[in-house]
Design a protein around this ligand. Structure first.
Ligand code: 2GW
Ligand code: MN
Length: 299
């Protein structure tokens, strides 16, 4: 009837029933105190999620910065994203770079409904500015074009490779990721900004999780609010001659604690680092940092 034209029936699906007294993951936290799911392998059924997100015709934008020498990480980043990131969904790869001229000979093709989009941005002299100004640049393009081209944004570091499935299970209004070096540690070990003069300040007796700067996202409107807030916090600090200890990551942690708690939290499966070893509760390592020749790349 005309009253329910927007209701689409899900296809018939057969899957094991959830057992209320037998949670699939027992050795990891699967929900935050504000009832945001924490995404670990085993606690979601990708077939159900695909059915739900396909109905929404969801379009995804991935933002990544490849400035100065970090351009060298781009090829494997995109190649591995093609294998593991949002397979089957339309994806716009938004590549922010100061070297648009050089990327005309960036010989890469991507699959159907995937698009490489190069966005020319300034390169800052100080590396701290290169990483922090990402907030401003993502914000600017959010209003200009992301809002009309995609539904969700996923904002990632480039010095990384995908090596296992990353799909629509990560999508939510606003999501953050547990930093691999801190998710088992106490608050006192978190490297939050501890100077009260900074806009990123968090005292020792507060904090939910330590979130990673290299992996966040959400609906375009939420990413606009997040990046705009973090950029303004950074500018205020700059005017007061202070810079947060871990740059954009510190402002992001402050935002997730005091302004908008994530509606979904990704486990460190989604952002791992070899130097953090491995662990029995890690069933997959989906996205991992490359730390080869770091010193050379950074000079
Ligand atoms: C960054 C540091 C030192 C020298 C150069 C750069 C640099 C970074 C660069 O020359 N060109 C560039 O494109 N970037 C971009 O910034 C690139 O996308 C890179 O992945 C990102 C963050 O820099 P990265 O990966 O060297 O820093 P990490 O792995 O220590 O990142 C964590 O901490 C950062 C704050 O200091 C950010 O919060 C980042 O999101 C975190 O993962
Ligand atoms: Mn990185």
């Amino acid at each position: 009837s005309p009253d329910n034209v927007n209701v689409i029936k899900l296809k018939r699906m057969v899957y094991p029933k959830s057992e209320t007294l037998k949670p699939p993951r027992t050795n990891v936290l699967s929900v935050s105190p504000w009832l945001a799911p924490i995404v670990w392998e085993g606690n979601f059924n990708i077939d159900i999620l695909n059915e739900l997100f396909r109905q929404e015709n969801v379009r995804i934008g991935l933002t990544v910065f490849a400035i100065k020498k970090y351009i060298r990480f781009l090829k494997t980043f995109i190649e591995t994203a093609e294998k593991f990131f949002m397979v089957g969904y339309p994806v716009n790869y938004y590549i922010f770079t100061d070297l648009v001229g050089n990327v005309t000979n960036f010989n890469m093709t991507v699959g159907p409904r995937k698009q490489l989009i190069f966005l020319e941005v300034p390169s800052y002299e100080r590396w701290e500015d290169v990483t922090m100004r990402r907030m401003q640049m993502i914000r600017d393009f959010t209003k200009q074009r992301f809002a009309s081209e995609v539904d969700y944004l996923v904002c990632l570091d480039v010095d990384m490779i995908f090596q296992d499935h990353v799909g629509v299970e990560i999508l939510s209004d606003v999501f953050g990721t547990l930093h691999p070096a801190f998710f088992v540690k106490g608050r006192d070990k978190f490297t939050y900004e501890r100077r009260p003069e900074s806009q990123a300040y968090i005292p020792e007796d507060e904090g939910d999780f330590y979130y990673a700067g290299g992996y966040f996202g959400g609906k375009v409107e939420e990413v606009y609010k997040l990046t705009n807030h973090c950029h303004h916090a950074m500018l205020t600090d700059k005017a007061n001659n202070i810079e947060a200890i871990w740059h954009d990551e510190s402002y992001l942690n402050n935002y997730f604690l005091y302004y908008k708690k994530p509606t979904k939290i990704l486990s460190p499966e989604y952002l791992w680092n070899e130097r953090d070893g491995t662990a029995f509760y890690l069933r997959k390592i989906r996205f991992i940092a490359l730390h080869k020749n770091m010193d050379e790349v950074r000079t």
